[in-house]
Design a protein around this ligand. Structure first.
Ligand code: FDM
Ligand code: MG
Length: 212
């Protein structure tokens, strides 16, 4: 039968510690997919452009202090405020590459000592990624890469705890990419995974919801 339904885009999430190379790889992936003619956008969380995002940005740069639960909920709200646009983009055929998502939300807040299930709760009902690519690097190795800036969380001891929570969160569906490899190597591995996923979405893979 004839179908007028446009193939949907894929929701691709990159996760990893600070300095794991996510932002560089996201940019490379964006031009790769666009070059192949796949309509693609690069998003990132926190999205510091919105008013919630500005509160988050002030917190991260130590210009404001917030209770740990409060900032957790702001990070989540920052995803919720983009949820309907995200669904619209995907359903109209745009692939989204997302630099950090709910897994950052849960891993970073849990690493501060908040209960992991409490951290997951406000993420329930957000769109589930089609692929999570985890850029795997040791906290020590990441810290060697040009060092951290001076935002909150950019300390090696804290990043170690975050890495442990990422490990707890990850399941067999995650694609673990060795981020210590040469940049071109990492780039190629990501391209393979993502092309497969884009194809599955084109062939009718349904969208699903977190937390599953
Ligand atoms: N971060 C990011 C969180 O603590 N929770 C979240 O939900 C998200 C999306 O914010 F340290 C942390 C992770 C990082 C900091 O992120 C800023 P970028 O990617 O460096 O802008
Ligand atoms: Mg950072």
């Amino acid at each position: 039968t004839e179908s007028s339904v446009k193939p949907r885009g894929a929701l691709i999430v990159l996760e990893g510690l600070d300095r794991s190379g996510k932002s560089t790889q996201c940019a490379k992936l964006l031009s790769f997919l666009n070059g192949l003619g796949h309509p693609t956008e690069l998003w990132r969380f926190p999205d510091r452009e919105t008013s919630v995002g500005q509160m988050i940005s002030a917190y991260l740069s130590n210009k404001s202090q917030l209770d740990d639960h409060t900032i957790h909920l702001l990070f989540s709200a920052n995803r919720w405020e983009k949820r309907s646009l995200m669904e619209e983009k995907l359903k109209t055929g745009t692939t989204l590459i997302v630099d950090r998502y709910s897994y950052s939300g849960v891993a970073f807040s849990s690493a501060k000592g908040l209960d992991i299930d409490w951290c997951k709760a406000p993420e329930i009902g957000l769109l589930a990624p089609d692929s999570v690519l985890y850029l795997d690097i040791s906290p020590e190795r990441a810290a060697e890469r040009g060092g951290y800036g001076d935002e909150r969380y950019e300390r090696v001891e804290f990043q170690k705890k975050v890495a442990d929570f990422y490990q707890t969160l990850g399941d067999s569906s995650w694609k673990i990419i060795n981020a210590s490899d040469a940049m071109e190597e990492v780039e190629k591995k990501i391209q393979q995974v993502v092309l497969d996923q884009v194809k599955e979405c084109t062939e009718g893979k349904p969208l699903s919801l977190l937390w599953s």
